[in-house]
Design a binder for this molecule. Sequence first.
Ligand SMILES: [Zn+2]
Length: 657
Amino acid sequence: MTINQQTTHIKETTIKEAIKTLLLIDKNNKELIELGVKQVAQLWELTDGEDDEFIIFCKKNYYSDLEEKKKLFFKTSEYLEAINGNFNGMLFRLQRHIHENTGPLQYIDKLFSSYSPDSHLSEDLYKSKIAFIIILNFPRLTLDEKEKLGDNRLLLAYARMGDLFTNRIPAFVKQKCAISHNNAEVYISNYHIYIGQLLKNGEKIFHEEKILLSHWGLRDEIKANYTQKEESLEKQQTIYEVMKRIILQEIPVEVIHSNNYQWDPFSNIIYKNEKVKIGTPEKITRYEKFIDNFKALQVIDSYTGNTYIDRYFSETMEISVKDTEIFFHNYLSSPELYTIGKIISKRLNRKLEAFDIWYDGFKYRSNISESILDTKTRSLYANAKAFEKKIHTILKKLGFDSERANYISKKITVDSARGSGHAWGAEMKGQQSHLRTPIGTKGMDYKGYNTAIHELGHNVEQTLSLYGVDYYLLSGVPNTAFTEALAFIFQRRDLELLGFDRKNSSEEESNLLILDKAWTLYEIIGVSMLDISVWKWIYINPNSTAKQLKNEIIRLSKEIWNKYFASVFGLQDQVILAIYSHMISYPLYLSAYAYGQIIEFQLEQYLDGKDFAKEINRMYCIGHLTPTQWMLKATGSTISVLPLLESIKKTINDIKF
Ligand SMILES: [Zn+2]
């Protein structure tokens, strides 16, 4: 990427003079000196000093002696670990009651939990010149330059230090982003549809009490209805009508997060005590939230010299948006998807409908009923402590030796979650990582257990990639897609870990698994593609109104549908891809799921037939390299959708459907 395009007030002649001065001390590192001095100059503000002070600063703080530079690096790493770890510990305590099931909340809990103790940290580090010393000696490298460092771990760690201070965004700008993000999140998290009140031909078709959150709950209800029951299709069609009303913003505000009215989404008429009423359409609120997020993030552009799209892809993910689009396009264009569509249509015994992007019928259906599983997990794990005590045994079942299992399990604490589960990682050695999963009064049910195994995957990654990596600056994984991959790998083994033998799964089962993977990826890449297209459009049309954005999202969703889905489904002009809530509350995040699924598939394929624990241990100690470097080290090949496509082809050829 290009470091800041913004103009600096340090004169060009001053920059040249500073470089010249440093070259007198160290003539062997011209490139690094030029990079460091220029990057410091770009972020240097008037209050940091005049031009002559800038030159004095560079001369005084540049480390030409390599041993001294190494010492500077280690000391800085140690301080950063202390800062990150303790802020993390503080945040953990401030949010504990929000995340853990500790009884009713008080207003004071909400106030403390939204307080961010580190919001001025970056500004303080610039003011104290710590940030400038880091930039001068460890300047930022491009992705290309990082990849050329090869196996030199120390230089790779130096490069990660160079990623720490690349812009100087005032706290008030960050605050504004946090507010618009928070507003969008509140809007989305309260978008409940009382589907028990939905009508079709005047009849209620769902359980009276049923309430679902858009889009997750609505989507999962469609998935859950791939059963043979007669009313299943009717339910799916009704939910799809609801989704369309949300996307088109024709949904009456009277039925959002409220059960005051009954609603027929087909005619869009609402009823109260049998009286007919035309509701008030929501119109544009959904798209206003998007615009607010865009405006807040766009302000940052002037401090970074690039766009939010670049920051998310090239910097956070370290995969360019251009490569992502090519990658996604190639997958969406694979002819095998057409065949899978035919297989699904045959299995359903009907023509495909747009919502069949969520077809769920390939999944391995355990013949063990959920209630048997609930009884089993409840008796094994009566409370959080019971699960914590068994982590050691679970890891041993996965193949870790006793000593290693002990080492990892001692660093994980289990808590009962208030909401859905998550894994809270440690950020300094000596700090516990926390596994949180919902546990009822009767103990941990199967759903909670399934989540716990997913989170355990995260905790194991967090532990290995903090303790097992040689440099603190290299701790972690390349991006969120890599940690999700391991969590899914663990989660997929949950029944095996409960003692149900899945090792001899039939060939048919593994074939279905491939088809399931192919279809799930098709869907998530489709919505990710829309997400990217919308962001590219808004950057070209930054002054658009919410109404214009709405029209464009509808137009783009149809365009992407017609390009990649229409021929498989035999349907034109569908808007379904625009339903994801992430598009409104987590800008551009969807692509991480797509990558996570691809990486998971490649890791599983690599792990097949190998020593699971040994390989996991090795892979998750590689650390925070670039995605390409990490995958090459882990599996010997780069991130690619080809292995999955090969398996799909083989499956389609092998099986007579
Ligand atoms: Zn996860």
